[in-house]
Ligand binder design. Structure first.
Ligand code: HEC
Ligand code: HEC
Length: 377
């Protein structure tokens, strides 16, 4: 059965509200060191030794792989008593624990410890994996996934050409270099706001600092990247102040980097080029790589503008994707900037629609400092 993300994340979002009740006790210790999952959650038996944000990514991996929502495995009480109900061992939680051990054993014994087999390898968004080959698949049309990590080189165009066209489409190198900071206002909605729309403010400073504040009816949800570290003080997270780690830290860095596209090329040490299609339209695909990190895919449309980014996070049971889509480019001080941004990942989706971007506004450095823990109004 294929379950909508709405339900999956409805539960994930609703989770936050009750978690917060139990959070007061840990608020004092919220600092730079993210706690490990087993120290923060109540009943972690297998997924130990990973930070809290990566633990939640792993839950996203489960939901995405089985086409399940949170409550498919967890007790229905998660809607009322989230802080305790998630810790209950239901039959499916127990089954999933066995599957984690199985996957780790397969990878260890047959793939030299590399994460080649994941939950998705067998499940493909189904709770019961198929085991009889499908003639429809075998003889059907081959589907090309534009978001695949493995890409095929396109020799007709060069990386230089794509970047040159991108810079031109944005307004030229001179205009880009002159943009050193901006303040944007608009609306934010997603599964983590239960589909409600709230005002958002985004402040960004070159070369790579970015803070966003979503003014929800319950309190201000703040996410900050100061150039080195990232934090989330958001009501829908399991903790009132969560230091983002590993892949989530890289995601925050990437959001800050693309806020000033002049620095994009330098942000990766290697680039590969390919092409693919999105919605039946040909797009140029550049893949940026840095040592010891998963690559990042950048998609450029016919006009040369960036329309999509796909990146990946590692979890203990496989790799999960995260996608940013950019649309409605408008002129801001001679630079084209996207006014519509949709972020999709295995735990949810949210949409930012900007109404106004103020270029080169003076932004105090304090706006990028570690935020105070989330507080209900
Ligand atoms: C395929 C089944 C499955 C799905 C779907 C699933 N989980 Fe889990 N969840 C588990 C398992 C298994 C554990 C225990 C992990 C362990 O013991 O190491 C767990 C543990 C947790 C915990 C820790 C509870 C505690 O205090 O010990 C939280 C919180 C949690 N899940 C949240 C979620 C959320 C939010 C979602 C939806 C996005 C979700 N889960 C989807 C299987 C699942
Ligand atoms: C090697 C293939 C394989 C992999 C990899 C795998 N599973 Fe499974 N899983 C199965 C099969 C087969 C079944 C169904 C067994 C049956 O029909 O009763 C299943 C069933 C399940 C069920 C019970 C579903 C239900 O509704 O009854 C859960 C939960 C589950 N898997 C979780 C996971 C998780 C989480 C992972 C990743 C850590 C994972 N599986 C990886 C093969 C796999």
């Amino acid at each position: 059965m294929r379950c909508g993300w709405t339900r999956a994340t409805g539960a994930a979002a609703a989770t936050a509200a009750v978690w917060l009740v139990s959070l007061v006790s840990v608020a004092g210790q919220a600092g730079t060191e993210p706690p490990m999952s087993e120290a923060f959650f109540k009943n972690v038996q297998v997924l130990k030794g990973i930070p809290v944000d990566e633990f939640m990514d792993t839950m996203g991996m489960f939901a995405a792989s089985l086409g399940y929502d949170c409550v498919s495995c967890h007790s229905p009480n998660i809607y009322e008593q989230r802080a305790t109900a998630y810790a209950e061992t239901t039959p499916l939680v127990q089954r999933a624990r066995q599957m984690i051990v199985m996957v780790n054993t397969i990878n260890k014994n047959y793939f030299a410890g590399q994460a080649r087999v994941s939950c998705f390898t067998c499940h493909h968004a189904k709770n019961r994996p198929d085991f009889i080959p499908s003639l429809a698949l075998q003889y059907g049309e081959l589907m090309d996934d534009p978001n695949a990590m493995a890409i095929f080189p396109d020799t007709r165009t060069t990386v230089d050409q794509v970047f040159a066209k991108y810079v031109q489409a944005l307004g030229g190198a001179g205009r880009l270099a002159a943009l050193t900071g901006w303040v944007a206002r608009g609306s934010y909605e997603g599964f983590n706001t239960g589909g409600n729309q709230f005002p958002i403010e985004i402040v960004a400073r070159a070369p790579g600092q970015r803070t966003q504040v979503v003014r929800t009816s319950e309190g201000d949800a703040v996410k900050t990247f100061d150039g080195t570290s990232a934090w989330a003080a958001e009501g829908w997270r399991p903790m009132p102040l969560l230091a983002l780690t590993r892949g989530n830290l890289e995601a925050a860095r990437l959001e800050a980097t693309v806020a000033f596209p002049a620095g994009l090329r330098q942000a990766f040490s290697q680039w590969a080029i390919s092409s693919t299609t999105i919605d039946n339209r040909i797009v140029q695909l550049l893949q940026g790589s840095n040592p010891n990190q998963l690559p990042v895919n950048f998609y450029f449309d016919e006009s040369g503008l960036l329309v999509r980014i796909v990146r990946w996070n590692r979890t203990p049971v496989g790799t999960i994707p995260m996608q940013f889509e950019y649309a409605d480019y408008r002129d801001v001080a001679g630079v084209k900037m996207p006014f519509r941004i949709v972020n999709t990942w295995t735990d949810g989706q949210n949409t930012i629609v900007l109404s106004d971007i103020q270029p080169n506004a003076a932004i105090p450095a304090a706006r990028f400092a570690r935020p105070a823990p989330y507080q209900k109004r």
